[in-house]
Every structure is written in structure tokens, then in C-alpha cells.
Design a protein around this ligand. Structure first.
Ligand SMILES: Nc1nc2c(ncn2[C@@H]2O[C@H](COP(=O)(O)OP(=O)(O)O)[C@@H](O)[C@H]2O)c(=O)[nH]1
Ligand SMILES: [Mg+2]
Length: 254
């Protein structure tokens, strides 16, 4: 349960039972609940958005390409970063902020690649927010003209609402998660500019319709770019690296 964004409250939620059609009567009871939650959410998000703009100004001034990596737990965010940081070493300057509820496991994995990394533990929090990122930046001072990856807490819901000041949001799903995820978690796919579909090496073993997941994702966000990769066998990674390099101003490429 999330202690910071109020996502355990039922405001705005609708309930569906298969085979049953509900008629909402709009009683004052349900209205009161909805109003309360929306107000709280507005305050939290307003403060977050102000600090996100501050972070964005910092990134712009230092010409830092900040990317917010979002996904469910285990889709391969850290593995993708490990591959990327290793394969592009010497070509681009990198820094990483790792978000997890507990442990420094991911930061340790990134550190092993020789990349500057800061771990943020959110405790009971289910997402990173712009305030946490601001503090991490103050400590780590990423270099000008670098690429900053921010690996968010594994969760396809709450991180969608929290702008961190990033330039782009990259959503990662893996083929073991099912091809209906874009429809179930539309906010995440709507707010991202790139969708990476990982673990294509497992396609022979799982029922996952690649064309269907793409159609579902594009139904939510018709501008979404999609790249299929396998971090295990390296398939498709070149396309991801090209996408990344194209986002960095040409003069900064080594
Ligand atoms: N088969 C396969 N496994 C992968 C791939 N990428 C990551 N994994 C595995 O998926 C698990 C979760 O990866 P991790 O990077 O920790 O995911 P995160 O929670 O999103 O950071 C690990 O056991 C990885 O080795 C892939 O392309 N193919
Ligand atoms: Mg991770």
C-alpha cells in the first residue's frame, strides 16, 4: 500500500463485476469521497510539478538528457541499463538515479559498470517524486552534457502521475507480462514517448501477441515509438542505442 500518493484511497475508482451492469445513482456519499481525494491529489501533484520544473531547468542549463524509466518490477530496467552503460561506455557520459522501496541492489549493479549512481529508497512510497530527485541531484552533481537515467520504482500505476522533470519517459514491458498491459495501465503508456518491449528471447515460450500489444499501446498513444529488445541475447539493442544517441545533441557524441 502506498503511503505517499494516496493511491490506496478509492476516489475516482469504478467497480466492475463481469456479467453485471451497475447503474451509479450519484448519491451524496460517493460524491463526498471523490471530492476529498481529488483535492488531496491536486495539492500533492501541484507541489511535485513545481519542483519538476526546477529539475527540468537544471537539466536544460547543464544540457543533461534525463530519462525516466518506468515499468512493473522485473521487466528488465536495471538489466537494460547494465547493458547500455557497458556497451556505450566511452561514447556517452552517464549517471544513474535508482529508485526502489528498499535495498541498494540495483545501485550496486550499476556501480559495478563504473557509472556514477545514487540510490533513493522510498520506504513505503510506490514512486519517485521530483523532490527526491532534486535531493539526489544535489548530492551527485551529474556532469554537463551527460545522459541521466532515472530508474523509477517498479510500478505501472503511481509513477505515471509524478513528473520528475525528465525530458522523456521510457516505459518497459516484457513479454512475460501479457499483451493487455497498455490497456490496463493507459496513463503510463500515454505519458511515455518510447516503449521498449523486452525479453523477446522468451517469445517461443509464452503466449504473447506482439502485434496485439503494439496495437493496444498505439490505441492509447498513437505517437508512441516501440522498440523490441532482448537484454539477454542483445537483439534490438542497437535500435535502442540509436534512439538514445539521436536524443543527444550531435556535438556531444564522442
Ligand atoms: N530472458 C530474459 N530475462 C531477462 C531479460 N532482461 C532481464 N531479464 C531478467 O529479468 C529479471 C529482472 O530484471 P531486472 O533488470 O532486475 O528488472 P527491473 O526490476 O525492471 O530492474 C532478472 O532475472 C533478469 O536477468 C531478457 O531480455 N531476457
Ligand atoms: Mg531494477
Amino acid at each position: 500500500m502506498c503511503a505517499t500518493c494516496g493511491c490506496d484511497a478509492n476516489g475516482g475508482a469504478t467497480y466492475h463485476e463481469p456479467g453485471h451492469h451497475h447503474h451509479h445513482d450519484g448519491t451524496s456519499h460517493s460524491h463526498t469521497h471523490t471530492k476529498k481525494v481529488v483535492d488531496v491529489e491536486k495539492d500533492v501533484l501541484h507541489e511535485n510539478n513545481l519542483l519538476a520544473e526546477r529539475n527540468r531547468g537544471y537539466f536544460d542549463a547543464k544540457n543533461i538528457l534525463a530519462l525516466n524509466l518506468v515499468s512493473s518490477p522485473g521487466s528488465g530496467k536495471t538489466t537494460l541499463l547494465e547493458r547500455t552503460l557497458t556497451d556505450l561506455k566511452g561514447q556517452l557520459e552517464f549517471a544513474v538515479i535508482e529508485g526502489d522501496q528498499q535495498t541498494t541492489n540495483d545501485a550496486d549493479r550499476i556501480h559495478a559498470t563504473g557509472t556514477k549512481v545514487t540510490q533513493i529508497n522510498t520506504g513505503k512510497g510506490c514512486h519517485l517524486d521530483s523532490h527526491m530527485v532534486m535531493h539526489a541531484l544535489q548530492g551527485m552533481k551529474p556532469k554537463a552534457n551527460s545522459v541521466l537515467f532515472i530508474e523509477n520504482v517498479g510500478n505501472l500505476v503511481c509513477p505515471a502521475m509524478f513528473d520528475l522533470g525528465e525530458k522523456e519517459r521510457v516505459v518497459i514491458i516484457s513479454v512475460t507480462e501479457g499483451d493487455d498491459k497498455p490497456l490496463k495501465y493507459p496513463d503510463m503508456f500515454f505519458s511515455s514517448t518510447l516503449c521498449i518491449i523486452n525479453k523477446t528471447d522468451l517469445l517461443p515460450y509464452v503466449p504473447f501477441d506482439m502485434e496485439k500489444v503494439k496495437a493496444n499501446a498505439l490505441k492509447i498513444n498513437h505517437k508512441l515509438e516501440i522498440i523490441e529488445v532482448s537484454c539477454t541475447n542483445g537483439e534490438g539493442l542497437e535500435q535502442w542505442y540509436n534512439w538514445l544517441k539521436a536524443k543527444v545533441p550531435a556535438a556531444e557524441l564522442a
